[in-house]
Design a binder for this molecule. Structure first.
Ligand code: PLP
Length: 373
């Protein structure tokens, strides 16, 4: 008998916490702190100490975290920002939203993280910042990137929207050598709100204060608006939910690592599949477990027939998205990212996924490998 295996089952994470969530709801109603307020302030404390960072500024989404970080660092029109083409659209979108131009650098084919060797060739007189992405929960080589940035007086904004809790050379993402680190608390992330949310962490006092103003209509003090900005405040209730869920993040990431290890062991013997590469500097948190295979589409269909859900992150590199046709990139501009896009497949991985379910996915892949050879 086969039962279906979901790509992600948030219910398994949330059901045991329902009573906790009800208490948060009661607390927010009693405090009247609906937009920012005491529960958001408390979450900022909790998350900055978790990240080993001096400050955390909570905002309304990961996209807004990136937009405000760029704005606070003075990135705007006529500027260029270096990033990768194989990320969620929001990374590039944030650059465009502040009026700057995304400049893409290809990725290392083994890790799918930014190819640090390629960064310098992409720097021009207009470059202001680099946004490396901690893709699938694995930190980019941030110290090497910061070194390049310092040589050219650029800012580093780390997109850690998929890497809550990951470590780099033993240190926690969010407290590394980037000038600012951006997180998303979209529900499916390793730490997810019950709605939308985001945050920026930084050790820079002035930057943190500027970000607090930018998220609240450029307000420097009550009724004094220093600059035209926007509303990017976090909801009070999401701050409460996030503080409650943060207490479980390390356990949940531990479960993800165990599932990844189980996949690694089972898939290493299948010659049609390449498991994710481990990098020596990182302790990743497996937001996604992404394999590579030349038979990706067949593999995906084969798993779907067996009721096993999979995903592709992401099927189209950003430079080839309709939204970026104005940048006039041709197919072949970033060969590693493009090749990866046709070969990657994300397998189910989430806290609460059972060993039996992981076995079931591995068995299906094994039988596919047997028929292919
Ligand atoms: C999710 C995500 C974002 C955007 O976060 P939102 O909260 O959805 O706005 C940005 N970058 C990456 C890499 C992401 O995975």
């Amino acid at each position: 008998m086969t039962t279906s295996i979901p790509f992600l089952d948030l219910g398994r994470i949330h059901r045991p916490l329902e009573e906790v969530f009800i208490r948060v709801l009661r607390k927010v109603v009693q405090s009247n702190g609906f937009a920012l307020g005491p529960m958001v302030a408390e979450f900022e404390q909790d998350f900055s100490s978790y990240c080993e960072a001096k400050h955390c500024v909570a905002v309304s989404s990961g996209t807004d975290a990136l937009v405000l970080a760029l704005r606070a660092l003075g990135v705007g029109r006529r500027h260029e920002v270096i990033t990768v083409p194989n990320t969620f659209i929001a990374t590039a979108e944030a650059i465009s939203l502040v009026g700057a131009k995304p400049v893409f650098v290809d990725v290392d084919p083994a890790t799918l993280l930014i190819d640090v060797e390629e960064i310098e060739a992409a720097i021009t007189d207009h470059t202001r910042a680099i946004i490396p992405v901690d893709l699938f929960g694995c930190p980019a080589d941030i110290d090497a990137i910061r070194k390049i940035a310092d040589r050219h007086a650029l800012f580093v904004i780390e997109d850690a929207c998929q890497a809550h809790g990951a470590r780099y050379k033993g240190r926690r993402v969010g407290g590394l050598s980037a000038h600012a680190t951006c997180f998303s608390f979209y529900p499916i992330k390793n730490l997810g709100a019950l709605g939308e949310g985001g945050a920026i962490t930084t050790d820079d006092d002035i930057l943190a204060e500027h970000l607090r103003s930018l998220r609240d209509h450029g307000q420097a003090e009550k009724h004094v608006h220093q600059e035209v900005s926007q509303n990017a405040r976090m909801h009070g209730i999401q701050g409460g939910f996030l503080s409650a869920k943060l207490q479980h993040l390390d356990d949940w990431n531990g479960e993800r690592r165990q599932i990844a290890a189980q996949y690694d062991r089972a898939l290493s013997e299948l010659n049609i599949i390449v498991s994710p590469t481990t990098v020596e500097w990182a302790e990743p948190v497996f937001h996604l477990y992404v394999i590579r295979t030349k038979w990706r589409d067949a593999c995906r269909a084969f798993l779907a027939e067996r009721q096993i859900a999979t995903g592709i992150h992401y099927p189209t590199p950003i430079h080839l998205q309709p939204a970026y046709t104005h940048l006039e990139f041709l197919a072949g501009s970033f060969p590693e990212a493009e090749k990866a896009a046709s070969e990657i497949l994300s397998l189910p991985i989430f806290p609460g996924m059972t060993g039996r379910e992981v076995d079931c996915v591995c068995e299906a892949l094994r039988s596919l490998a047997d028929t292919a050879s």
